[in-house]
Design a protein around this ligand. Structure first.
Ligand code: COA
Length: 282
């Protein structure tokens, strides 16, 4: 099944197309290299709200139109032009931006994948790192360019890169502003994988379908738990994870763990070590 979808609250700055359970969310200002302006912030917020409630969208893939993933925050429309806004309006925009770019992608109820198709600078790292998984095209170009125009990687960029890049890589690219390509991003584990440009969509689709076959309630708990325990000590982590596990099983109306166990032990239908149980079986 495939359809374009549009909803209240978004226009042309973001497009959404749902195909086989995967929502392709595309930042759509190719002429401006998908630089994130207030329109993208507003529309992404509306898109995330809509997709959360749309059962046809089981996995979200974020990508960019044209030759850019995103050139980061729009220097003109997001930074310069908002300087004259009333402070509370500017604060609201910045908070809304943080909400969709990293807090929401990270803790979204559905899995999120970044498909980095081209230029990826500055603020775009927040989206990239906020997403659960990321695939890049070999020829994508990444850069923490803030130093090149005289600011620090703010928003939450520095925190984000410190969570996924090694100290040497993070400091090198923060301080030099040099670019690197998709293959290097994969070597640094900033993305899971890098593939030739013409395979990016297929590769992201394949990954999305893998996630789609898993229990969505458990996937949701896995990502939340991962982010929280990274900030906790061992004892707190143990207690939290045991409680989270009980909560997940308790709240899972599909009784997935029971099914999974039974399909293995009683029915001998699959091997959990080698793949997922059939969540759609009765
Ligand atoms: N903010 C505002 N406008 C941007 C932008 C950004 N982050 N990135 C690109 N644009 C605009 C350009 O101003 C230009 O607009 P114009 O056609 O009205 O003149 C248009 O997008 C195309 O950009 P251009 O530089 O001509 O494209 P390019 O393909 O030669 O280079 C980049 C692409 C991404 C390397 C280059 O645009 C760039 O360096 N952008 C800034 C990246 C950055 O530092 N981002 C960090 C922000 S925190």
């Amino acid at each position: 099944m495939s359809h374009e979808t549009s909803g209240t609250g978004w226009g042309n700055a973001v497009t959404v197309s749902i195909e086989d359970g995967v929502a392709w969310v595309t930042m759509n200002r190719p002429d401006k290299r998908n630089a994130i302006n207030p329109a993208i912030v507003r529309e992404m917020t509306a898109v995330f709200d809509a997709l959360e409630a749309d059962d046809a969208a089981e996995v979200i893939v974020i990508t960019g139109a044209g030759d850019a993933f995103s050139a980061g925050q729009d220097l003109k429309e997001y930074f310069r032009e908002t300087e004259s806004w009333p402070p509370h309006e500017r604060d609201k925009l910045f908070a809304q931006n943080a909400a969709w770019q990293w807090r929401r992608t990270m803790f979204y109820r559905k899995p999120t994948i970044a498909a980095v198709n081209g230029w990826c600078f500055g603020g775009a790292f927040q989206i990239l790192i906020g997403c659960d998984l990321a695939i890049a095209s070999d020829d994508a170009t990444f850069g923490l360019s803030e130093i090149n125009w005289g600011i620090i990687p703010a928003g939450i960029v520095t925190k984000s890169v410190s969570m996924v890049m090694s100290q040497r890589d993070a400091m090198y690219y923060i301080m030099t502003g040099e670019t690197f390509d998709g293959k290097q991003a994969a070597e640094m584990k900033l993305v899971n994988k890098s593939v030739p440009a013409d395979q990016l969509r297929a590769e992201a689709s394949k990954l999305a379908q893998t996630l789609r076959a898993k229990n969505p309630n458990v996937l949701r708990a896995c990502k939340t738990a991962y982010h929280h325990v990274r900030q906790m000590g061992w004892e707190q982590s143990l207690d939290y994870l045991m409680a989270k596990s009980d909560q997940t099983t308790f709240r899972d109306k599909s009784r997935g763990a029971e099914k999974g166990m039974s399909q293995f032990i009683d029915e001998k239908k699959y091997r959990p070590g080698l793949g997922a149980y059939d969540k759609d079986a009765g």
